[in-house]
Design a protein around this ligand. Structure first.
Ligand code: FES
Length: 114
């Protein structure tokens, strides 16, 4: 997957350039109809949008729906694979963080630790 955008006039599939407007963590981002959410995120300059349990930044790895590295929330639905979901006008995309709270210095209470 690449953030490179082929101009519509030279696109072999003759797509039309219909804009799509979404928000990413509340920030307005525009793309083109047919782009996946991952494609839209990459085209907007984002390379990573999730933090794994180790603290490592994650974005697109496989690009084909196998690795689950690209997870985001879309319209409140969690764990959506950004590489498999086409962006729709008005989508509210939120980044996710799987880093455990203790990694950020937040201790769990006794009822949460069991
Ligand atoms: S990049 Fe691997 S599932 Fe999306």
């Amino acid at each position: 997957m690449s953030p490179r955008l082929v101009p519509a006039g030279s696109d072999p599939v003759r797509r039309t350039e219909r804009p799509v407007a979404v928000t990413v963590d509340g920030e307005a981002v525009t793309g083109i109809a047919g782009q996946t959410i991952a494609g839209l995120l990459l085209a907007s300059g984002r390379r990573a949008w999730r933090t794994g349990p180790s603290g490592a930044r994650r974005g697109v790895f496989c690009g084909i729906g196998v690795c689950f590295d690209c997870l985001v929330s879309v319209n409140g639905e969690q764990d959506v694979r950004a590489c498999r979901r086409r962006a729709a006008d008005g989508d509210a995309v939120s980044t996710q963080n799987r880093r455990p709270p203790e990694a950020d210095g937040i201790r769990q209470g006794p009822e949460e630790a069991s």
